[in-house]
Design a protein around this ligand. Structure first.
Ligand code: EPZ
Length: 419
């Protein structure tokens, strides 16, 4: 298992480029199953979860050609196995994103239930309830979901009991080939949802309201191939902004969309960080004085992203005062806390809230990555800590960050991967 060895205490400087968004690439790849024509995608990040999704598409019968430059061509001329087997889904729960496309294209799907992951039990009940509203018949058998819609899906009003990002994407992809009109209410507004809708519209889908809480889809007979460049990864960009602020650096994060990061930028500015757009598609970050503690609560977009909570908590260990951080999306997303405590942080967890007192001088230590974003918070903490940190199980980081050690080293970090 690979590890990262980081010698902290050096200010980051220079440019850090951002890759395509993993959480846009995953649903966009699944959407390619909706047409028998080829789809060419650009800026797909070469990370583990994407390779998992690509192999899942191949398993169903699609041809997938992935190039090192992030171009991926998917040609689902025929779907021979509308299935997502357990051995694939257990490594990546977002495999449930093929559920909607498979049912819409072939009239059936057999998808393994994802099972839990470290941050929560991650049910997909809202995906299934939505598909049933569109006329699918759902059975659960031996850990698999069997969905049947032999006569095809028909449009309906689907209200989400709670906002779900992949649930919204899954149902949007199911509805584009359904007969009649579908209305998704209480839909997710994440930029990744908008990116999927933009691809589907290029394929001929009729969608209104993507990015708002109400999405209207008028079903069409078939979709055609197209080409599409996905949006940059706002979570990766936010992670680098926080890393730069943690080390009191002066960094330009390039190839990003600043308007996808408004909540983070406002919180960082309130904390005393000088961060804002510079040129087009770039954000400049410096810390002129000392950092102040600010409270933060994660919420669905456009609120503060839960995927940046762990990284922001690391930043608050360097701020003067007390910061109350509340995680409202997932039930177990504080696994980075015990590891940060080993590095000298002063954090107390009470239920959904973490209370962070600062500033503290972090010291390097051997720590353990537990999930994708918790691992990212250990990296940014290690960059600011005095001395050496060794982070074990960095395969968690490899799920969602492309060449992170190269990008950070290019900005002056002393980080190396040890096998
Ligand atoms: C997406 O997960 C992201 N993954 C997650 O990023 C992100 O943390 C999450 O949205 C929230 O922003 C991808 O887009 C591939 P949800 P998703 O459905 O769609 C509950 C990362 O680090 N829920 O919006 O699975 C659920 O348990 C990953 O890149 C149900 O109860 O999240 C959670 O508490 C981690 N029933 C809440 O809703 C359902 O059917 C929000 O989950 C679906 C969800």
């Amino acid at each position: 298992m690979d590890k990262f060895r980081i010698a902290g205490g050096r200010a980051l400087a220079g440019e850090i480029p951002v890759s395509g968004a993993k959480n846009a690439a995953l649903p966009v790849l699944a959407a390619c199953l909706l047409t028998e024509e080829p789809v060419t995608l650009h800026r797909i990040p070469r990370v583990r979860d994407i390779r998992t999704m690509e192999s899942l598409l191949q398993y169903t019968g699609a041809e997938v050609d992935a190039a090192a430059d992030g171009t991926v061509r998917v040609h689902a001329a025929k779907i021979t196995a509308p299935e997502a087997p357990y051995e694939v889904v257990k490594t990546m729960r977002a495999s449930s994103l093929v559920l909607g496309p498979l049912v819409a294209r072939t009239g059936r799907a057999r998808v393994s239930l994802p099972g839990g992951c470290n941050i929560g039990d991650r049910p997909i009940n809202l995906h299934l309830a939505g598909l049933e509203r569109l006329g699918a018949v759902i059975h659960q058998d031996q850990g698999y979901i069997e969905a049947q819609a032999p006569g095809g899906l028909r449009g309906a009003v689907v209200h989400f009991d709670r906002i779900t990002v992949t649930g919204t994407e899954d149902l949007m992809m199911a509805a584009v080939l359904a007969r009649g009109e579908t209305v998704l209410t209480n839909a997710a507004r994440e930029p990744e949802v908008v990116d999927v809708a933009n691809l589907l519209m290029k394929m001929g889908a009729k969608i209104e309201g993507a990015g708002t809480s109400t999405i209207k889809i008028s079903g069409v007979e078939r979709l055609s191939g197209t080409s599409h460049t996905i949006i940059p990864d706002r979570i990766e960009a936010g992670t680098f902004l926080i890393a730069a602020a943690m080390t009191r650096g002066d960094v330009l994060v390039t190839g990003c969309e600043p308007e996808h990061l408004t909540s983070l930028l406002v919180k960082m500015q309130q904390a005393g960080v000088d961060v804002g757009p510079e040129g087009t598609g770039a954000l400049r970050v410096r810390v002129p004085g000392s950092l102040r503690s600010v409270d933060m609560k994660t919420e669905e977009h456009p609120g503060f992203a839960t995927d940046l909570q762990a990284q922001f908590m690391a930043l608050m260990t360097q701020a003067s005062g007390i910061s109350f951080i509340t995680e409202t999306i997932f039930e177990n997303r504080f696994m980075h806390v015990p590891e940060l405590l080993r590095m000298g942080a002063n954090i107390r967890v009470e239920g959904r809230q973490a209370i962070v007192a600062g500033p503290v001088k972090l010291a390097g230590a051997p720590v353990m990555a537990s999930d994708l974003r918790a691992s990212a918070s250990l990296v940014v903490a290690a960059l600011a800590a005095r001395g050496e940190t060794v982070i074990d199980r960095v395969y968690h980081i490899d799920r969602g960050y492309e060449k992170i050690e190269e990008k950070l080293r290019h900005a002056g970090a002393q980080i190396e991967r040890i096998a």
